[in-house]
Design a protein around this ligand. Sequence first.
Ligand code: WT7
Length: 656
Amino acid sequence: MSSQIDHLLDETRRFAPPAEFAADAVATAELYEEAQADREAFWADQARRLLHWHTPFTEVLDWTTPPFAKWFADGELNIAYNCLDRHVEGGHGDRIALLWEGEQGDDRRVTYAELTDEVKRLANVLTDLGVGEGDRVAIYMPMIPEAIAAMLAVVRIGAIHSVVFGGFSADSLRFRIDDAGAKVVITADGGYRKGKVSPLKPAVDLALADRNGSGAQETVEKVLVVKRGGNDVEWTHGRDIWWHDVVPQASSVHEAQAFGAENPLFILYTSGTTGKPKGILHTSGGYLTQAAFTNQVVHDIHPASDVYWCTADIGWITGHTYVTYGPLANGATQVIYEGTPDTPHPGRWWEIVQKYGVTVLYTAPTAIRSFMKIGRSVPKQFDLSSLRLLGSVGEPINPEAWMWYRKIIGGKTAPIVDTWWQTETGAIMISALPGVTETKPGSAQVPLPGISVDVVDEDGQHVGNGNGGLLVVTEPWPSMLRGIWGDPERFKETYWDKFASQGYYFAGDGARLDDDGDVWLLGRVDDVMNVSGHRLSTTEIESSLVGNEAVAEAAVVGASDETTGQAVVAFVIIKESYLKEHSAEGLAQGLRSWVGEQIGPIARPRDVYIVGELPKTRSGKIMRRLLRDVAEGREVGDTTTLADTAVMSVISAQVK
Ligand code: WT7
């Protein structure tokens, strides 16, 4: 089968960088030239410019044993020192690091001096608990300042954190604790979600109870608990410790020790479509270099004046790189929010933007589409004029969602950066540079300076402009994963074997190059459909559907079909205002023709199902595998990784 993915959708809108923005932008076009001239020297410059090195490095990249890269290997630094102490020592101790907003409307402002103080105390506590260099600490917490302090305290003493998203179950937590062999778990009694306390400590208790069954050896010695939810918790004496009993009392004197640049920093588990979750391993110097660099040039961070808000939870890579590490390394002021976007009212996010005067907002297409579904009247009630830059991450953003984001949230002026990257890449890889790049709705556009990507066919040959294929990264990059925890073979197999002779990293995504050579992501290669021998991307048909004024969100899958091999089956969410006025049959019929007219008869869905929700993972990605089951009339497969496990029965019922 050819790997060529047919290109169907034409998007021709272009937005030049506003002159005012460009005049003050951090990024400049020269960055591309500098990186082009000498890629390694470019990254070495960024590492020296953006970070403090206790011991300067003399080596840049060691790629003698691919795919195991070493960056800045003989240099030494302390990650927490770079994110905290040096800003205080540089006279910015009074600058606010965290503008924390609780779901209930309670708030806290934490300065760099205060956060540094807290992290030093906690580092002393962890050391007293016997945590040292290379030990693993699991963090299972709500979005509260202590969660960020916990990450930084762990890495300050050279230990490795594994943050587990607070929405994961006890089983998921147990797997992650066991796989990493965590010595300590840091958690909270609970945190606020959807108007009530969602318990965390009870899940930790469950995860640690009865280990005989799992066959795993008990590695956890202590559980440190922040009081946040006020919910009742059970207590295992000798194991459990209240944060408030030990951290405030601990000494705030703690000198950051230097660790090697390749010292492991964290493990973050990511689940693919098959197999157990993979513990993605990141290390220190290269990771922080690319985190700080991309946050600075892509999010255009001016630390003295910006109020930055990345809406991701620290349980995801976006929360690691663009809440904890990048912005704090840059000395930025940022908002963090504990709760859900619609609690206690659907305008909660926009109220927060207004309250803090947020200037840079970084969020996911799934959130944008859910706001589109409710309608513009909600954000219109708030003053969003402080926003000067918008970012998107996690999925392809359909051109119409991009346009809505620009118009309704960005006041028709704020540039939008669509940023492509992965848990594995550690930091942004493909994105426009705001103030430099002319933007195109729906395209991630260009690899960042110092990053090399290509779109290739099954043989690893460049497909050329105008064609679709497989997205690969062709050269090692500073924040690349260094492996899968405990499984070097799986690391090679999963990412490097496919293009072993070229030495390319295969990302699992389909992409297309337009006539300018810009990259358009087409979705996961596993989701590509084959209709009458044409390979069609989910993204383009979904974008066409979202381009219809009645549609807020769409998911498309290929279902087996006697005549065409596979047929396109669409599941769509209709905007609330249209649902009232139109019949479901009328809408479905209209949408089939719409796609047929917009991108051609080959892409016209055989079936269009109008549904109220789509099955999503807890990080907001649509699980097309489950929709394929419904479309083919099969029993629906494993739903345990869904954010809302009830969704599939509702959809199955709606389809019947
Ligand atoms: C996968 C990685 C990147 C941090 C959050 C998700 C998809 C991500 C984009 C984008 C199109 C995107 C890809 C990628 N993806 N960003 N801007 N346009 N697709 O991290 O959970 O590791 O997921 O998300 O399919 O491979 P992740």
